[in-house]
Design a protein. Structure first.
Length: 219
């Protein structure tokens, strides 16, 4: 199955159903502290990761943070940024948003402060983060690594992991697990759709949310 097919299937499933699927399979990947601050759509794609810190600048010619990730990304990617230094310093901003839009990037998930959020809102670019700021990264944080492992909302994320983000949560799924998570989530969505139809047919809610619902994650 191609990456595009997997991403298109993921776009159709909300984070709650995916979370239930992870629960059923005994897997972790739910990040619940990252709110959607711009954009109005659910996003899905594969992770391109960036890790920032407040150490000395890396060797070599200076390069603005996150620009490498943008140039590696396209419509099937979500840029994932870790800025967990504790310093209030923007890990994403307006010019980066415009660069990402030019590449068709699906969106950004940041564990750390994001600035220029009004600009992202005006452009309709999806950003999920746990903090907003006006402070620049200049003189405060630097990019340490692109496409290495990062920690986002308590979840370890590797480059290439699948990402789904909506107003309820951000979900991370490894490539090894994505097919079985998708199958479980699609089954859950079908069962819930049947429950919706039962409610609309005036079946008592206590019957709809009875044993079938409580056992839904068991198989």
């Amino acid at each position: 199955m191609t990456d595009n097919t997997i991403v298109e299937r993921l776009k159709k499933i909300d984070s709650c159903a995916l979370s239930d699927a992870l629960d059923r399979l005994g897997l972790k990947g739910q990040a619940t502290t990252l709110q959607q601050h711009s954009g109005d759509v659910r996003i899905a794609g594969r992770a391109v990761t960036v890790r920032l810190d407040n150490g000395p600048p890396p060797e070599g010619p200076p390069r603005h943070l996150c620009t490498t990730a943008i140039e590696l990304s396209g419509p099937e990617n979500v840029i994932i940024v870790e800025q967990r230094t504790g310093l209030e310093a923007g890990c994403w901003g307006g010019l980066l948003t415009r660069g990402a839009l030019q590449r068709g990037v699906a969106g950004v998930v940041a564990d750390g402060p994001v600035r220029d959020i009004d600009e992202a809102r005006s452009l309709g670019f999806p950003i999920f983060t746990n903090k907003l700021t006006c402070f620049t990264a200049r003189g405060r944080v630097v990019e340490r690594e692109t496409n290495g492992k990062v920690s986002i909302g308590g979840v370890c994320v590797s480059p290439g992991d699948y990402v789904v983000a909506d107003r309820s949560a951000v979900i991370f799924i490894s490539e090894d697990n994505v097919e079985k998570v998708l199958e479980a989530a699609e089954m859950i969505v079908k069962r819930e759709a049947a429950m919706v139809r039962a409610i609309e047919d005036n079946r008592p809610i206590s019957k709809v949310l009875g044993g079938d619902y409580e056992d839904m994650l068991k198989g």
